[in-house]
Ligand binder design. Structure first.
Ligand code: EPU
Length: 337
């Protein structure tokens, strides 16, 4: 296994930030993980496992080892008239898995089309979009314990999934390397068009949903119209999580801001962070090399040549502005390294 030194990370994070890592390696075969876990460069340093780099902000050089998950493969494990069990390796591109599923008319992950990143990163934060979350179709997660090199299979119930959250981000943070996931996808129609933006798009364009690909195509169009392409302008999708609050706080806010949008989700009230940021006047604003996207205020962008420090300063200014105006604290969805 080759361990590289002082490795440039600009191409490995979708913000396109030019940080460096003290050590760097790639994993192409899960049998090499045991060997990696006992190397001194690994054992004696901070570690960061990276997939598509679409949810990290390097605020400085990383003084440890970065391990890129390049495990590939998508396999049908079991097929019945009703469902398919699909196993995908962690280094696969998430959208490639969606394309694999919709091209075979499987239902369940079409609403998650075009989410940047890899399969291995998906359970970390229980990716979600357009009314669907990964946890709804996930069967299990395969992961290697760093300390022992032993593989463990986490059933869905053991993953503590929440809004953009899982056990891998909390209790087990930094302790496992996610090697594969298995999904249970439906073979009979099971569409979810509950999300307003999606429903409106389908109605407006007179699209009658017959296959999961019809939904996937619609989501791709919606996302392309709103979210910047990281290949063109550096970004990591939503920089912040949406805000959840209790009904008393909602009442107070609605008295002051009667037009504030809110949504009920799992018995909780969700306020779109994008709206809060927009109300503070930040949408479309630029400060030096960084800024807020003009079509979706939740997305921070690198206009070119930005440092991670600049991006973090912008995020802090936005957090302060939202707190001053609404007494609500925005929490980054992106991992600050
Ligand atoms: N809104 C504004 N101004 C903005 C952006 C949003 O007022 O600049 C308000 C509007 O009321 C709009 C509502 O927010 O109707 C919802 O906006 P949108 O449908 O764009 O969704 P979101 O809640 O802002 C979340 C996810 C996205 C995901 C979309 C679609 C989070 C943090 N973000 O955004 O995920 O694509 O829903 O389901 O939950 C990502 O995680 O990287 C990501 C892009």
């Amino acid at each position: 296994m080759e361990i590289l030194k002082n490795y440039g990370l600009a191409k490995l994070n979708t913000f396109g930030i030019s940080a460096r890592a003290k050590f760097f390696t790639e994993i192409h075969d899960e049998n090499n993980l045991k060997e990696l876990f006992i190397l001194p460069e690994f054992k004696n340093n901070d570690k960061l496992f990276l997939g598509g780099g679409s949810n990290v902000l390097f605020t400085k050089d990383f003084n440890g080892i970065i391990v890129l998950n390049k495990l590939k493969g998508i396999k049908i494990l079991e097929e019945t008239p009703k469902y398919t069990l699909l196993r995908a390796m962690g280094g696969e591109i998430w959208h490639d898995l969606v394309s694999f599923a919709v091209s075979r008319e499987y239902w369940g992950i079409e609403n998650l089309s075009l989410i940047p990143g890899t399969v291995g990163a998906a359970p970390m934060q229980n990716i979600g979009a357009y009314g669907v979350e990964l946890k709804e179709t996930l069967e299990n997660v395969e992961a290697y314990e760093i300390e022992t090199g032993v593989k463990r299979i986490f059933k869905k119930e053991e993953c503590d999934f929440g809004y953009r959250d899982s056990i891998f981000k909390n209790k087990l943070k930094g302790r496992y390397f996610i090697s594969a996931i298995t999904l249970k996808l439906n073979k009979t129609e099971k569409k979810n068009i509950s999300y307003k933006v999606l429903r409106e798009y389908l109605e407006k364009n007179k699209i009658e949903v017959r296959t999961s690909k019809d939904i996937s195509d619609a989501i791709v169009q919606i996302r392309r119209s709103k979210l910047p392409d990281p290949a063109v302008i550096g970004n990591a999708g939503s920089f912040f999580k949406n805000v959840f609050l209790k009904s008393e706080k909602l009442k107070q806010l609605l008295e002051k801001y009667p037009k504030m949008p809110y949504f009920e989700e799992d018995g909780l009230i969700k306020i779109p962070a994008g709206w809060l940021i927009e109300q503070c006047g930040w949408k479309g604003k630029r400060v030096g090399n960084v800024g807020v996207h003009d079509k979706q205020a939740l997305v921070l962008v690198n206009h070119g040549g930005a440092t991670g420090e600049e991006m973090r300063n912008l995020a802090e200014q936005i957090i302060n502005a939202v707190f001053t105006k609404f007494s609500l604290t925005l929490v980054p969805e992106v991992n600050l390294i």
